[in-house]
Design a protein around this ligand. Structure first.
Ligand code: PEP
Length: 247
């Protein structure tokens, strides 16, 4: 059975000083972790955190990548640049990027492709809004979002990580129940199975107000292979409790 993956998303938080303290606490506490651990940090801190996590159980992740390979795209970061800092993972299509930066399914799929081509595992985020859930459209929405990534990435699809993050649960303190989350994860797994013989290799993470109190139950569901953790990943004790709940 594959190890679960617990990935922290620091979002636009941190400083040189606070990052050093956070990673030191995580490295000290995560030494005996059963699961894989990663932190997705703001781009300016990749070089710093690359050094901080070297020799620890923690892998480095970025929060976004350009759809372009190189050139006149001011402000963008290419996958090749991220790779130079030993970036192992990169979030793509986080709901905050879809919502505030107008990222479409097709753009997210291309970003995943760029990451894969550079040897970085894209963590592809999918999830429905509250209005979509209330309208009974959850499955349709997440399947559409994942279908674009499958379409663009073909047989490489077994190399991605998927994060199911109901938008209404992100940063709100509201969490999908373990049963609700499992239901969507099973749908995503079936979609991957239709696309690749290696669907069981794909980590499908749950994200959305995962915390020390609810992690164990969520992580015990058969198709939940880990967590994408925002707010709680900035608090060492909370993030370490989530890591301890993972297998
Ligand atoms: C996220 O940003 O991916 C996330 C899941 O945030 P939070 O845990 O704070 O809901």
């Amino acid at each position: 059975m594959k190890k679960q993956l617990i990935a922290g998303n620091w979002k636009m938080n941190g400083s040189l000083q606070s990052n050093a303290a956070l990673v030191a606490a995580l490295a000290a506490g995560a030494g005996s972790a059963q699961c894989l651990v990663a932190v997705c940090v703001p781009a300016p801190y990749l070089a710093q955190v690359q050094l901080l996590v070297a020799g620890t159980r923690i892998d480095l992740g970025a929060q976004d990548v350009s759809q372009h390979e190189s050139g006149a795209f001011t402000g963008e970061m290419s996958a090749g640049m991220l790779r130079e800092f030993a970036t192992r993972y990169c979030l793509v299509g986080h709901s905050e990027r879809r919502q505030y930066h107008g990222e479409t399914d097709a753009l997210v799929a291309t970003k995943a492709q760029r990451a894969l081509a550079a040897g970085i595992t894209p963590i592809v985020c999918v999830g429905e809004t509250l209005a979509e859930r209330d309208a009974g459209r959850t499955e349709e929405v997440v399947k559409r979002q994942l279908a674009a990534v499958i379409h663009t990435n073909g047989h490489c699809i077994s190399e991605i990580v998927v994060a199911y993050e109901p938008v209404w649960a992100i940063g709100t303190g509201k969490t999908a129940s373990p049963e609700e989350a499992q239901q969507v994860h099973a749908v995503l797994r079936a979609q991957l199975q239709a696309a690749t013989a290696h669907a069981d290799r794909v980590h499908i993470l749950y994200g959305g107000s995962m915390n020390a109190a609810n992690a164990a139950q969520l992580l015990s569901q058969p198709d939940i292979d880990g967590g994408l953790v925002g707010g709680a990943s900035l608090k060492p004790a909370d993030f370490l409790s989530i890591i301890a709940a993972a297998r």
